[in-house]
Design a protein around this ligand. Structure first.
Ligand SMILES: [Zn+2]
Length: 166
């Protein structure tokens, strides 16, 4: 590839600009189109499986979800829209971060969001601005909320089970 990393960084200001850049690099919007650049076979397989299954509009592993503005700040091209077949990426954050860490520099430049979703980036920013005490309280409250959500999500299921077995 003849395009430098610096040029790649400069040519992601709009969705159209980035799509053209990908075309010149011989890639499409999916990460698996760059499989030949990824050495690790198991990572390649994980990415290919992901691209077959993930239908999240704003998938963090899709090259056209994020770009960079003139100042080099992260820019989001795609957001969750109601009616998305899938609201979230099929891979969890840990797996996406592991994939990102194994990518060659040229592909990292094409994923300036570092394989993180808009929600994760916003949460990281929020946490970074907090004091350690605030952070602890925030994370604790979040965990409580999640526990409550899990409990309420499980209840109707339990009812269904008891009804079908009756
Ligand atoms: Zn995905």
């Amino acid at each position: 590839m003849q395009i430098s990393e610096d040029e790649i960084r400069k040519r992601q200001r709009t969705l159209k600009e980035k799509a053209e850049l990908l075309k010149e690099l011989g890639l499409d919007e999916e990460l698996s189109s760059a499989a030949s650049l990824i050495e690790d076979k198991s990572i390649r397989e994980t990415i290919e499986r992901h691209d077959d299954r993930c239908s999240y509009n704003a998938c963090p592993l899709n090259f056209l979800s994020f770009g960079l503005d003139e100042k080099g700040e992260l820019l989001q091209f795609r957001t969750y829209v109601p009616g998305d077949p899938s609201r979230h990426c099929t891979l969890n954050r840990q797996t996406r971060e592991m994939i990102y860490s194994k990518l060659p520099p040229i592909l990292r430049e094409l994923l300036p969001n570092k394989a993180l979703s808009d929600y994760e980036i916003a949460e990281d920013k929020k946490l970074a601005a907090m004091t350690p005490e605030e952070r602890e309280a925030y994370l604790k409250a979040k965990e409580e909320k999640f526990k409550k959500y899990l409990a309420s999500a499980q209840q109707p299921k339990l009812k269904e089970v008891s009804q079908s077995s009756a």
